[in-house]
Design a protein. Structure first.
Length: 141
């Protein structure tokens, strides 16, 4: 029997994603979604958390982790972290990330800070930071 989490089933209803075909193609026992995702309009924190958590889980669990994307009417696309529910060690690692992010919502402070800086400083003389004392020296007063 193939097992899919409620979140994966909800995505199937919204997108038409064929969960069974996907799981069979991956060789998984079922699919779960999360604990992170992002979309076209995500802020630096969501993008950073996705990149950091995905990289960590993929490094440790390889092909039992995947990024799946879907079109979305409001934000263009949504990308989610999908994973094999049949891998108990992976399930424990996902639960640990969920717990860690519930306690402190930043997966990696340095990575987040770099993305936030890039968002606020797209060009050499541009600064879109809300901080009037931004260390770049180009902040609008």
């Amino acid at each position: 029997m193939i097992h899919h989490t409620d979140t994966a089933v909800a995505i199937r209803r919204a997108t038409g994603w064929d969960l069974d075909e996907y799981v069979e193609g991956q060789g998984w026992q079922g699919v779960a979604i999360g604990p992170v995702g992002h979309h076209r309009d995500s802020d630096a924190l969501a993008r950073s958390n996705f990149a950091v958590v995905y990289a960590d889980l993929y490094e440790r669990f390889g092909s039992d982790v995947d990024e799946v994307s879907f079109g979305h009417w409001a934000v263009g696309w949504v990308a989610e972290l999908a994973w094999n529910v049949g891998n108990a060690d992976l399930a424990d690692a996902v639960e640990a990330w969920e717990s860690a992010l519930a306690d402190y919502p930043v997966a990696d402070d340095e990575h987040f800070s770099e993305l936030e800086w890039e968002d606020n400083h797209p060009g050499e003389s541009e600064c879109y930071s809300d901080d009037p004392d931004c260390p770049c020296g180009n902040a609008e007063s």
